[in-house]
Design a protein around this ligand. Structure first.
Ligand SMILES: Cc1ncc(COP(=O)(O)O)c(C=O)c1O
Length: 416
């Protein structure tokens, strides 16, 4: 077998996640991953280890405290390496919503009346509201609307609305409803011609492969670690040169230009340290498939990303195909995954029945899902979908398997 033919060892993957053995969850097919993912044993171990041995205030000179600080720094360093950022370019906060709110508060100091800000109607509200709020300091808010027929954000539309006055462009890397992957690299290139700061929301992208932020060229990027197999935290990346210019929103005397100064407080210590477990899990995945090697973290991540996306494509496409062929169901977004043009975050609704009815039926058959607007209510409104009943969303990550797909299709087949 050549390296190109290596397939994800799904049994190995599932053996790393205790939820697949737990009495409460073991019989379920889990399709709520875009809400929050399961965690591998490594993360649980790291959390447990921190809580039992180093759960003291970090960065003092006694061993428990010193080691606590070292673990936290190590976790940040690993995550910076994993996404191709520098250590002083990331901060770990409580959630993406908090991170973006804090960031908009910091960036508002650079906004003058008459400046323009572009937000989309495809994003989760976390990357819309904080920017729309800047109208309070005089910004004009311009909406980049997605195409109602294709459900895509079109670059040609962006070109029509961006101009010299555009200071910020907030756009999702992947919509948590539509699933399409937006070309942030191209978008950033266009935006930078106008000196516009690009804020990419990677929450729905990162669970399917960690991003390379430098390659994307974005100025800020965020994703929720509790959806990338970790605890309830979120990462914010910012370019060093911009982060350095942001005002200190922490205690007045803290002027060391750390990215954390935009936060009115520090990170959750034990959860930050447990992120080492995500890295270890990825290392184990790499070792399982490619053995020992001296590759850089980034190259390893690239290879794992490819394994993951090939697997997700193989188990996601039959679902897309099935829903797309049902006359009574309406699929949102592209009907096929190819070359990672789409995440396996699959939203649909029925022409005749409530989404709640479908979701209840699936849950009664031990398929974990949900009907909702998933806080992308502008996206649902644009598609004239009832925002309370919402859509049914089936979201896959790499630990889902072929049996999940088959069970889901068999169950949906009974719902007519
Ligand atoms: C695409 C997207 N962006 C942002 C968020 C908000 O993330 P958090 O829950 O970390 O605030 C979510 C949460 O579901 C999301 O799906």
């Amino acid at each position: 077998m050549t390296l190109e033919n290596i397939k994800l060892d799904i049994d190995f993957v599932r053996s790393q996640f205790p939820a697949f053995k737990h009495p409460l969850s073991k019989d379920w097919s889990f399709f709520e991953n875009a809400g929050g993912s399961y965690v591998p044993q490594n993360v649980i171990d790291k959390l447990n280890e921190f809580m039992t041995s180093t759960k003291v205030q970090p960065y003092a000179d006694y061993p428990m405290s010193k080691i606590a600080g070292e673990k936290m720094d190590h976790a940040s360093k690993l995550f910076a390496d994993m996404i191709n950022a520098k250590e002083n370019e990331i901060l770990i906060g409580g959630s993406t919503s908090i991170n973006l709110y804090v960031l908009s508060n910091a960036l508002k100091h650079f906004i003058k009346p008459g400046d323009e800000i572009i937000v989309t109607n495809q994003d989760h509200e976390a990357n819309i509201s904080p920017w729309r709020r800047l109208k309070d300091v005089g910004a004009k808010i311009v909406e980049w609307k997605f195409n109602k027929k294709t459900h895509e954000l079109e670059i040609d539309e962006l070109k029509k609305i961006i101009n010299k006055k555009t200071k910020i462009l907030a756009v999702t890397h992947c919509s948590n409803i539509v699933g399409s992957i937006n070309d942030l690299k191209k978008i950033s290139k266009i935006a930078h011609r106008y000196n516009t700061i690009v804020i990419g929301d990677g929450v729905s992208y990162a669970p399917h492969g960690f991003p390379n932020v430098k390659e994307l060229g974005v100025d800020f990027y965020t994703f929720s670690l509790y959806k990338t197999f970790g605890p309830h935290l979120a990462l914010l990346y910012g370019k060093e040169e911009i982060l350095k210019q942001l005002p200190n929103q922490n205690h007045e005397f803290l002027n060391d230009k750390s990215p954390y100064n935009i936060n009115p407080g520090g990170p959750n210590h034990e959860e930050l340290a447990s992120l080492i477990g995500i890295y270890e899990y990825y290392q184990n995945l790499y070792y399982q498939h490619y053995g020992d090697s001296n590759e850089t973290i980034l190259r390893k991540i690239n290879k794992i990303n490819k394994l993951i996306s090939d697997h997700e494509e193989a188990i996601g496409n039959p679902i897309l195909n099935y829903i797309n062929n049902r006359k009574d169901l309406v699929l949102i977004g592209k009907n096929n995954i190819k070359n990672k043009n789409r995440a396996p975050t699959i939203s649909f609704f029925s022409k005749y029945k409530k989404s709640k009815e479908i979701s209840d039926f699936l849950i009664n058959n031990k398929i974990a899902t949900r009907n909702d607007n998933f806080y992308a209510w502008r996206c649902l409104k644009h598609l004239n979908i009832d925002v309370d009943d919402g859509v049914v969303r089936l979201s896959i990550v790499h630990y889902n398997n072929k049996s999940d797909t088959e069970k889901l299709i068999e169950t949906l087949e009974q719902f007519k």
